[in-house]
Design a protein around this ligand. Structure first.
Ligand SMILES: Cc1ncc(COP(=O)(O)O)c(C=O)c1O
Length: 410
């Protein structure tokens, strides 16, 4: 088989049309570059999309996580549970607040946190450790859904707050036990959910993120924290004299708590809004690509397996992950990736278990979670983005098939 003759297919990439570019140009030609009316429009659209009561846009998914942990007042002496498999930001943002991290294991075949992983972690802890847990953050990895409802029941039992990291899962729907079809981001079982709009995600904003919630107190706090802790609304001032509250001088604002500049800009929100308007188009196309991959991979099932879809979940995959039995194939993952790359097929590994990074190894000592290790050893993300055609998927599969036939002749 010859090398693919068209250009390199990255594992993920934004899909921008002229109307996205025009939306940004319109803002650049207008009056507001930073905090203007497009932010509200983007937040309103996202709120309708995920069916939450409130949305707070911010400068990245990492900022969204940090805002969410801060809104819960998480700090030194607190512990937060996160899955061993995720992007490091899920844990890091709690460490920014001074908290410690407890890593659960994950399903070796999906990388998702399960209720049984949470229970196993609890059983392994001392009573003091258990008491210091204040929050849990399951991750909707790849766009599939973790056992959110079952985990929320455990969280309630133990009095923990729950944030769902849905950075991969914009547009995904899932079924509750009582048969309701729910949208990821609607916070049906959680205090807050967070999203990222980094270019490889389902919609692109450049850098961008958001927190969703149904809790007005959390919403107010998130808004404060996003903007230096500054309150401009005189009705919410806490120490100004009555005369000032009744007749607020135009320059006065109160900084009530220590916040950050995590605001989003009108420029980014123009792009985000334009992209959000195409979410159902993007969703349909991503699902078509995933169905084609799933179907085509059946012929390679001895060595390459797609991630099993979560039951009742209408996933919009951000990543197309396959589990490859590199041991049985007798090839290293690195050689496999290099071979794919030489055939113009990009791929990536999501993720190294967070506890294995030097920062966390130094902080907590060596750790192992069997499911996470098993998942990590086999995982590979193949190209998945809206610019791709079904022929591109066929090409990727043909290249993988060719590599495998070269190693283990049929
Ligand atoms: C699961 C997860 N959480 C959080 C983040 C952080 O998002 P951002 O890159 O927008 O800061 C990412 C980004 O890759 C992610 O994949």
């Amino acid at each position: 088989m010859t090398l693919r003759d068209h250009k390199y297919l990255p594992y993920g990439r934004q899909c921008l049309d002229d109307d996205d570019i025009q939306a940004v140009v319109d803002v650049l030609q207008g009056d507001w570059l930073t905090t203007g009316p497009t932010i509200q429009k983007f937040e309103d659209k996202l709120r309708q999309t995920v069916k939450s009561d409130y949305v707070v846009s911010c400068s990245s998914g990492t900022a969204a996580l940090h805002l969410a942990y801060m809104a819960l007042d998480i700090g030194a002496g607190d512990r937060v549970i996160v899955p061993a498999i995720s992007f490091v930001a899920t844990a890091n943002a709690a460490v920014y607040c001074g908290a410690d991290i407890l890593f659960t294991d994950v399903d070796p075949d999906t990388g998702l946190m399960r209720a049984q992983d949470v229970m196993a972690l609890i059983e392994s802890l001392s009573p003091e450790e258990r008491q210091s847990i204040v929050a849990i953050t399951p991750v909707n990895l790849t766009g599939e859904v973790a056992e959110i409802e079952a985990i929320s029941i455990i969280a309630q039992q133990y009095g923990w707050r729950m944030i769902v990291d849905s950075c991969h899962a914009l547009g995904t729907t899932y079924l509750s036990r009582d048969g309701k079809n729910l949208a990821v981001g609607d916070c049906h079982f959680s205090d807050m959910e967070v999203f990222s709009f980094h270019p490889v995600k389902t919609i692109a904003m450049g850098e961008g993120g958001a927190v969703t919630t149904n809790d007005q107190m959390l919403y107010d706090r998130l808004c404060l924290l996003r903007n230096h802790g500054i309150e401009r609304n005189a009705e919410k001032w806490i120490s100004a004299p009555k005369s000032e509250i009744e007749n607020p001088p135009p320059w006065v604002y109160e900084m009530q708590i220590l916040g950050y500049n995590y605001r989003q800009s009108d420029i980014h929100c123009a792009l985000g809004l334009s992209q959000l308007n195409k979410l159902s188009e993007f969703t349909d196309h991503r699902r078509r690509l995933v169905a084609r991959y799933d179907q085509s991979l059946m012929g390679l099932s001895a060595y390459v397996k797609p991630i099993e879809p979560t039951r009742g979940c209408g996933a919009v995959r951000h990543l197309y992950v396959v589990l490859i039995d590199f041991k049985a194939l007798g090839v290293s993952r690195l050689d496999f990736i290099r071979d794919l790359s030489s055939r113009n097929v990009g791929s990536q590994v999501h993720y190294i278990p967070i506890y294995a990074h030097p920062f966390y190894r130094e902080k907590y000592g060596p750790q192992t979670r069997c499911g996470a290790e098993e998942y990590y050893a086999r995982t590979l993300s193949l190209p998945l983005h809206v610019n791709m055609s079904l022929d591109d998927v066929d090409d990727v599969i043909a290249q993988i098939s060719d590599i495998i036939t070269g190693i283990v002749p049929a």
